[in-house]
Write a protein that binds this ligand. Structure first.
Ligand SMILES: Nc1nc2c(ncn2[C@@H]2O[C@H](COP(=O)(O)OP(=O)(O)O)[C@@H](O)[C@H]2O)c(=O)[nH]1
Ligand SMILES: [Mg+2]
Length: 424
């Protein structure tokens, strides 16, 4: 199966900061606290868009960043939430966290969506911290940082259309012509994903994945490997595009060739031979091609044949439209087996220890998600905020743990890039 794969960094929005503010009233030097909470930061969300076939649109997004929530204000004004960032991906997309190597999601259903990075919650304003003991708190919280993740996004691609035919009938030429041609009126657009695979986008926005599937006849002569590979890919396409050399160059006989290839296909697999097929008469620019085509149509009156010259870029536009039409008509076929869309387990990473303490260059370094978050949400320019921070650390047992490890009064303790003194 073809795999389309990209790396992307997602940075969810930070929460808006809470506000420290006091009501202003006439003749009252300091009224009650009225600082509002900040708004929530933007989530980064992946959703399925059934119309998409590849990850091409994501290829140039290296980093996606969500907005910060709006800061809270005085008079109990809450900041509003930031708008979430939605990234649309095709059905069957798998998202992996590269730091943990865990699968975050397998988007296998039409309306699947997953938050890959959560926006931070808004920091609380000082009003929210008012208690009986401290009815006028002079501190508030900063917004919670948004999650940051490095993701690997992967799509096992199923080609919609597989090109089949004898060697040298012009399969590669057709693909490369589609990819390089710049028609006067941009009738279609082609994105090459590998030398024999690409995405065709028509002007009416319909799109499909087209793959060259060599190995049908070659497979028979060159051993099983190539033939098996052909079959595996061919079985997963929705329709086949059967290319014939209508010029009959080099002793080829298109009437015979058609029969032989059809025969090979049904020998491979009965299901494969039932796939819908578009027949293409190529090399119509060459002498004798018109004559052969007339004979061919007489022999196979029920086939709808598209006459093209891959080399001269003739008839290709009509062919692509016909392919899109046939794909539309075969949309309901149940060709994507559940095995193709096989689901992965989704794991959640749960850390056992809330934090770690290590001795590095005579400094006690504390690491841990919860502590770092608390640190990031503390406004160290507000004395009461600093006191609260110290109290929280104590509540988490950090002081005791440091003491047990032998920390002395006056030792340096580090959280993130901030160093402070240890005091029992
Ligand atoms: N005259 C002419 N030659 C063609 C046309 N399409 C392909 N060829 C030639 O046929 C040969 C085989 O083509 P290729 O695309 O490699 O065939 P494949 O084996 O089916 O991939 C090459 O020399 C091409 O230049 C065409 O429309 N007209
Ligand atoms: Mg080829």
């Amino acid at each position: 199966m073809f795999v389309d794969e990209i790396k992307i960094k997602v940075i969810a929005g930070n929460g808006g900061d809470g506000c420290t503010s006091f009501r202003r009233e006439k003749f009252v030097p300091m009224g009650g606290p009225d600082g509002g909470n900040g708004g929530k930061g933007a989530d980064i969300i992946f959703t399925v868009d059934k119309g998409l076939k590849t990850l091409v649109d994501l290829r140039y997004m290296k980093t996606v960043k969500g907005d910060k929530g709006v800061n809270g204000k005085g008079s109990n004004k809450y900041g509003s939430n930031a708008q979430d960032v939605i990234i649309k991906v095709p059905l069957g997309t798998t998202i992996k966290d590269l730091d943990t190597n865990l699968i975050l999601a397998d988007l296998v259903k039409e309306d699947d969506r997953v938050i890959v990075a959560h926006g931070g919650r808004g920091g609380r304003g000082n009003k929210a911290f008012a208690t009986h003991d401290n009815p006028a708190p002079k501190f508030s919280e900063k917004g919670e940082p948004g999650e940051i993740r490095l993701l690997q996004v992967e799509l096992k691609m199923l080609a919609d259309v597989g090109l089949v035919g004898f060697p040298s009938v012009g399969k590669s030429t057709l693909l490369s012509q589609i990819s390089s041609s710049k028609p006067k009126i941009a009738a279609y657009h082609f994105t090459t994903l590998s030398p024999n695979l690409g995405v065709v986008k028509l002007q009416d926005h319909r799109s499909f994945v087209m793959a060259d599937l060599p190995g049908l006849i070659e497979g028979a002569s060159e051993g099983v490997g190539l033939g098996e590979k052909f079959l595996k890919h061919a079985m997963r396409t929705k329709i086949l595009c059967h290319i014939l050399d209508m010029s009959g160059m080099e002793g080829r006989n298109p009437i015979e060739d058609y029969k032989i290839i059809r025969n090979e296909i049904s020998k491979y697999d009965a299901k494969l031979s039932k796939k819908k097929e578009i027949v293409v008469a190529n090399k119509m620019d060459l002498e004798g091609a018109e004559e052969n085509l007339a004979k061919f149509k007489k022999e196979y009156p029920n086939l709808n044949v598209f006459a093209i010259s891959a080399m001269n870029n003739e008839g290709i536009n009509d062919l692509l439209i016909a392919i899109a039409d046939l794909l539309d008509a075969s949309e309901e076929d149940e060709l994507y087996t559940s095995e193709d869309m096989e689901s992965h387990m989704i794991y959640k990473f749960v850390s056992e220890q809330p934090y770690t303490i290590t001795r590095e260059n005579d400094v006690w370094v504390i690491r841990g998600e919860k502590i770092e978050k608390l640190f990031n949400m503390t406004k160290f320019n507000e004395d009461e905020a600093v006191l609260r921070f110290a109290r929280k650390l104590k509540g988490m047992g950090v002081e005791d743990a440091l003491e047990k490890l032998g920390a002395k009064r006056g030792d340096e303790v580090q959280i993130l890039d901030y160093i402070f003194e240890f005091k029992e």
